[in-house]
Design a protein around this ligand. Sequence first.
Ligand SMILES: [Zn+2]
Length: 248
Amino acid sequence: MDGPTPPGALPAQLGRILEPLERPLPDRLKLYNASNFFDHRAVPPEDIPALAELARPFSAVTVEAHANMIGQPVLEFADLIPGRLEVAIGLETIHPTAAQHLNKRMDLTRFDRAAEFLAEHDIALRVFVLLGAPYVDPKESVEWTVRTAEYAARRGAAAIALIPVRGGNGELERLAALGHFAAPSLPQLEVAAKWPLGFAPAAVAADLWDVDRLDACADCGPRRVERLRRMNLTGCGEPPVSCSDCDP
Ligand SMILES: [Zn+2]
């Protein structure tokens, strides 16, 4: 959309999606709007009560927000829903150069303040962490993903999603040509997802959306993805997949 979301559009859309779903409904409702639930241009404030009403059957509700938008409106929404509110924040990376390029409006102090505010008000925190962020040396990619996940876990994140950066919008291809970006691989995701298993109580999951686009061995790739999928669900580590084609 070129302008602000028209009032009424989001409740109508959510209602249409929820209505035909089989009962019982899942426990958690995630409302991701590709920007910020508490931005009035993205989510008209007059729609908030109707969205809260639609969220009523769920015991947990997740919305996405920028760290600099965490404040009173979050508390007001939390009060409107019977379930527990979780706010998802894109920390992305704590690598200083990469963070500056990726998210100029977010600095770590803002993230820390947001995490503290949520914890004080018993609102859960979910954090998005990137694997293969532009401007991070590909050799250090996994290390920075793990450091960023550790950072989030120490500040009380209940859930951390490791998201491999995917190209396709032209901008990453431009950065790759300049040597600032190398697409992450499936083996890198496996290593990153293995390390943070010890970050309890934070649950760490590898984001497997479009995982087939990651560079992987044709023979064992699907088995590696299935292993990650199981680990996401159980939170338990599993022995690595072995493969005569790609094991050293
Ligand atoms: Zn293989």
